[in-house]
Design a protein around this ligand. Structure first.
Ligand SMILES: *[C@@H]1O[C@H](CO)[C@@H](O)[C@H](O)[C@H]1NC(C)=O
Ligand SMILES: *[C@@H]1O[C@H](CO)[C@@H](O)[C@H](O)[C@H]1NC(C)=O
Ligand SMILES: *[C@@H]1O[C@H](CO)[C@@H](O)[C@H](O)[C@H]1NC(C)=O
Ligand SMILES: *[C@@H]1O[C@H](CO)[C@@H](O)[C@H](O)[C@H]1NC(C)=O
Ligand SMILES: *[C@@H]1O[C@H](CO)[C@@H](O)[C@H](O)[C@H]1NC(C)=O
Ligand SMILES: *[C@@H]1O[C@H](CO)[C@@H](O)[C@H](O)[C@H]1NC(C)=O
Length: 861
């Protein structure tokens, strides 16, 4: 495309000079390289209103915005400083063109003006790499919506654009906006800082108020995303009505605001997050004041956190505590004085760059308004101002590289925007002690601060109370906040109060923050390791919660492990008490005394039988076999203490093997004895050969030995298959204790062991029962019947008892039954015989026995 074609294709811009060129205007400074500046000096939220007619809106008509003018002054200051100190750009003068964007209304025109060349032509070309627009870079604008609009145009031509306060993370999309950089952190960091603030004071029930525009929608959405899974719930969210340009309140708007304040007043949430440009808040806060709303904690987004005009509504202090998130304060030496300095006539502009005014480059009231707020602005220190200041310096440093400046000169080359953009991405320098460089997203990772509004004279109106570290995502250096509450207690904003220790939450409604508290039942516990009670809370205020382990499931109580138990509402389980039979218990003493008496009794029987060994009573009782019975009985009595005390492998073995063996020996002796009494005569008569063998091979002893051997095999088998190691099991009737016992599940082993004894005792009983007619002196049958019946009944009872009951009583019942069985055999079998020997010696003679037998035989015949 030739130069002629370019001429033809040139687009005549619709921009016309509305004001006379003013050499002393704040908005221009002639220079070798111009920077474009976009600031909001007047604000009108309804940015689209001007699209109804083909006219560039007049910003002057809207409310003035002091902070915007302050930022514009920062740009002027930075440029002047760079020009004054020749080391950065020696021999080069920076100039600027600044335009009031009136928030959203006037975005496009300034951009076209910045891009157009001296003759107001914007050439249409195939290749723009050699295109030189009016400005080399653009600083601003301030809000995300306007920044995106502007970026859509500037990024097409790769014109560097550094915004100082637009936080939208859409700008990080470098595919769409390669030319956009930002001297502050993005929305994600701002919202995260707010969430951290709420977390650190335990506020989990909040109200969110958003403006009904891009800012409110985007940040409200981001906040909800950030709160998901963070145990903070939104009680409700409301959109504030957009104000009219003249800030007059229409009746529907008043109604809407009143409804919102009513809702706030009724809600139990005390923390109100307000995400809105400050223009939409004047009417809202007036309504809040009119309604006497108090006790709220207002959390301001960066858009209004340091707004001097809202802050000057000193009545607001009545409504509660104002906290806000904003960029960190950096003092710029000399700026406070510069802010209110009148523009002076600069040196004459070099040829070709004489200022050509566009519209919206005027502000009659700005200086006066800034002077009014001068003290406040000075006290609050420079916050966003530093973002503008560093943006200008970043461009200057990049220019320094592009122009290959030495200490004294720079080449006076033409600077193409794309060249400058490449260099801006690479800058890395220190400015007032801060490292200025852009990360991959094009952001300057500078910290944020949480501030509190104060209204005392001569104090910083925006006192810093915490520092937010963007890379660590943590609040640091938290200083105490003066709450507007009695005794300066931290305001509570919770849907439900914290549950007591050991209580679980039962959700009420949809919010996880609203719940009822229910006690954890015995045997379950709940250990809240996260922030729980208020005490913990105040203690951990200075810590960061994010590093604590996540709170455990607070909606369910956990069951205790098997060996542990808990009381109602416990936060942990305790070890169950181990129980076993102890020496000092009454039942133990009773049973052991009984056993001791039994032992002595058996000893006596042994002595008596020894002395009267040759007498008929002893011989009819079995003679030597009596000693075979008495020895295991003595042994068993002696071994009773193995039931007492903490079970060990050895005592368990004794319990399981020794007693049952002793019984088997005794019972088999008794059985064989009653067999002999009743059946031997019949056997001798009917099966003489068998009787011969029975007598010759000492049948009774063989029988006893066989039975004992069988029993040994059974016992050995059961010991081998079932462990003898003491085991622990719970007591169903008292969960606080654990029973330490010998293999409680050994019922089958016990049954198999006892079964033989039972069969034997049943046999003994039958024989004895058949022989009940025998002469009285042979008639042990009665006593054998008695003791066998007793043994049978007690053993089956024990088995039944053990199968239905698992408690602590099992051991003591087991022991008692064992001792009673021992006593039953001793007394039942040997007792009557001893009685006869000792008290009726006349009946203990062979003559008496013969007479009895004769009498019996005669009666039978
Ligand atoms: C620049 O230099 C002029 C004249 O020396 C001085 O009046 C002005 O305050 C300086 N400005 C800055 C920002 O340093
Ligand atoms: C607010 O308080 C003032 C005086 O304290 C009172 O006159 C006014 O009626 C109150 N307004 C409301 C809405 O309660
Ligand atoms: C600059 O302007 C002066 C008069 O104001 C003129 O003499 C000079 O030729 C101009 N220089 C250029 C490069 O246009
Ligand atoms: C910037 O420079 C400093 C030292 O001058 C260096 O430590 C730092 O890593 C640099 N940062 C980047 C992003 O290059
Ligand atoms: C404030 O503290 C005092 C003493 O510490 C106490 O008696 C009073 O009840 C507290 N007031 C409130 C509202 O907590
Ligand atoms: C409960 O939590 C505390 C600390 O949070 C811990 O010391 C304790 O061991 C926990 N108890 C259980 C049973 O987990």
């Amino acid at each position: 495309m030739g130069p002629q074609a370019r001429q033809v294709c040139s687009l005549l811009l619709l921009l016309q000079a509305l004001t006379k060129p003013a050499e002393t205007s704040d908005f221009h400074l002639a220079g070798d390289y111009l920077l474009g500046g976009l600031f909001t000096l007047h604000a009108n939220l309804k940015g689209t209103i001007h699209l109804n007619y083909l006219q560039v809106p007049k910003c002057k008509q809207y409310e003035m915005k002091v902070l915007g003018y302050n930022l514009m002054q920062a740009m002027r200051f930075a440029v002047e400083e760079i020009n004054n100190h020749s080391s950065l750009l020696p021999g080069v003068r920076l100039g600027y063109e600044m335009v009031d964007t009136c928030y959203l209304s006037n975005n496009i025109q300034p951009v076209l003006y910045f891009l157009a060349q001296e003759n107001y032509f914007l050439p249409i070309q195939e290749d723009y790499s050699s295109f030189v627009p009016r400005v080399v870079a653009v600083i601003g604008p301030d809000n995300s919506e306007a920044t995106i609009t502007v970026a859509h145009i500037l990024s097409l031509l790769l014109v560097p654009q550094i915004t100082y306060s637009a936080i939208s993370d859409d700008l990080c999309d470098k595919q769409s906006f390669p030319g956009v950089l930002r001297t502050g952190p993005g929305a994600e960091q701002h919202v995260e800082a707010m969430v951290r603030l709420m977390l650190s004071y335990g506020w989990n029930w909040i109200v969110v108020l958003v403006s009904s525009d891009y800012y409110g929608r985007e940040n409200g959405h981001l906040l909800r995303e950030r709160l998901a899974g963070r145990s903070i719930c939104i009680a409700f969210q409301e959109a504030l009505p957009a104000p009219r340009p003249d800030l007059a309140v229409t009746p529907p708007e008043r109604e809407r605001l009143a409804a919102i304040v009513d809702k706030l007043q009724r809600s139990s949430a005390r923390v109100v997050v307000v995400l809105s440009p400050e223009m939409a808040l004047h009417n809202f806060f007036r309504e809040v004041l009119r309604r006497n709303l108090t006790g709220a904690v207002w959390i301001a987004s960066e858009s209004w956190a340091i707004d001097p005009v809202l802050h000057s509504l000193t009545e607001l202090r009545r409504t509660g505590t104002f906290l806000g998130v904003t960029t960190r304060r950096v003092t710029i030496p000399g700026f406070s004085e510069f802010r209110v300095r009148r523009a002076q006539a600069g040196p004459r502009a070099p040829n070709g760059t004489s200022p050509q005014p566009t519209c919206n480059q005027e502000c009659d009231t700005c200086l006066r308004a800034t002077e009014t707020f001068s003290t406040l602005l000075t006290l609050s220190g420079e916050r966003v101002v530093f973002n503008v200041y560093s943006a200008v310096y970043a461009v200057a440093h990049a220019l320094h590289s592009v122009l290959r400046c030495s200490r004294s000169t720079c080449s006076n080359a033409v600077v193409y925007p794309w060249q400058l953009l490449q260099e801006i991405w690479k800058v890395n320098f220190t400015l007032l002690g801060h490292q200025i460089f852009f990360d991959q997203k094009g952001d300057l990772p500078i910290g944020l601060e949480i501030i509190q509004w104060q209204w005392d004279q001569r104090q910083n109106p925006f006192r810093s109370i915490a520092f937010y570290h963007p890379t660590l995502q943590q609040l640091k250096d938290i200083s105490p906040i003066s709450w507007h509450t009695p005794n300066n207690t931290v305001p509570l904003s919770m849907c439900s109060m914290v549950c007591q220790a050991g209580q679980k939450k039962k959700p009420v409604g949809l919010h996880p923050c609203c719940f009822e508290c229910h006690d954890c039942l015995p045997g379950t516990f709940l250990n809240r390791s996260g922030p729980g009670t208020e005490l913990e809370l105040s203690r951990s205020l200075l810590n960061d919660f994010s590093r604590l382990p996540l709170p455990t499931d607070e909606f369910n109580c956990q069951p205790c492990p098997d060996s542990e138990w808990s009381h109602r509402n416990d936060t942990s389980c305790f070890k169950r008490r181990l129980t076993f039979l102890k020496w000092h218990e009454a039942s133990t003493i009773l049973v052991v005394v009984l056993a001791a008496l039994g032992f002595l009794g058996n000893l006596t029987v042994l002595g008596v039988f020894w002395r009267h060994f040759q007498t008929p009573v002893v011989r009819s009782a079995g003679g030597p076999m009596c000693f075979l019975m008495l020895t295991p009985l003595l042994l068993a009595h002696l071994a009773v203490p193995v039931f007492v005390g903490r079970p060990t492998v050895l005592t368990c073995l004794c319990r399981q093997a020794l007693f049952t063996l002793c019984f088997t020996v005794c019972i088999s002796c008794i059985t064989v004895r009653s067999f002999q009494i009743v059946c031997v005569f019949k056997m001798a008569r009917r099966l003489p050969r068998a009787y011969g063998y029975w007598v010759r091979y000492r049948g009774p002893y063989v029988f006893v030995a066989l039975i004992t051997a069988l029993k040994v095999v059974i016992v050995a088998a059961s010991v081998l298959t079932l462990t003898t190691v003491p085991t622990v099991h719970t007591d169903p009737s008292d969960p606080k204790i654990m029973i330490l016992s010998c293999n409680p599940s050994n019922r089958s082993g016990l049954l198999s062991g006892t079964l033989l004894d039972l069969i034997l005792s049943l046999a003994g009983f039958s024989f004895a029962y058949t022989g009940r007619e025998l002469p009285t002196n042979y008639n042990e049958a009665k006593f054998i019947t008695l003791s066998m019946t007793f043994y049978f009944v007690s053993s089956t009872s024990l088995l039944t008892f053990m199968s239905v009951y698992q408690g602590v009583l099992v051991t003591v019942v087991d022991l008692s039954v064992t001792v009673l069985n021992l006593l039953g055999i001793s007394l039942g079998y040997f007792g009557p015989k001893c009685y006869m020997i000792l008290f009726y010696p006349e009946r203990n003679t062979p003559a008496y026995f013969s007479s009895m037998i004769q009498g019996y035989t005669m009666r039978r015949d």
